[in-house]
Ligand binder design. Structure first.
Ligand SMILES: [Zn+2]
Length: 137
């Protein structure tokens, strides 16, 4: 009789290898850590997140403050926004940024870099080689 482990092995062997590879290499964005101080919101792990995203902090700052319709600036490794914002709101904005500027629309992998050529921005994917025109932030 099959024990649990061998059933599990059999189930695993029926999943295409690619699915494993993908989930193993999935992009892990840390949870957004915010601290509201008076009438400002301090994004404490901003630096850590932009490092994972491999995007310049200025771009991410511009996008996030634009979406939140407020002013933002850097203080050390943190980003500070005027106004009080909850983590759900900031995470949603960050997700929009990731979907628009980090994830390759062709293969859905995050292994991309941004480049500008003749006033047009492109997302270059090092996983599948696709080059996608994107709107500037
Ligand atoms: Zn791709």
């Amino acid at each position: 009789m099959d024990d649990y482990e061998s059933l599990l092995d059999r189930a695993r062997s029926q999943i295409p290898e690619d699915a494993f590879k993908r989930s193993g290499e999935r992009f892990q964005v840390p949870e957004v850590q915010l601290m509201v101080q008076g009438n400002r919101t301090i994004w404490q792990n901003f630096q850590e997140i932009i490092t994972v995203l491999n995007r310049p902090g200025k771009e991410v700052m511009k996008y996030v403050s634009g979406q939140l319709a407020t002013a933002g600036n850097f203080e050390g490794s943190t980003a500070v926004f005027q106004g009080k914002f909850g983590p759900e709101v900031v995470e949603e904005v960050l997700n929009r940024y990731i979907n628009a500027y980090v994830i390759c629309p062709v293969c859905t992998r995050p292994d991309t870099s941004m480049m500008k050529e003749k006033n047009q921005y492109y997302l270059n994917c090092s996983a599948c080689g696709a080059r996608t025109a994107i709107r500037p932030v």
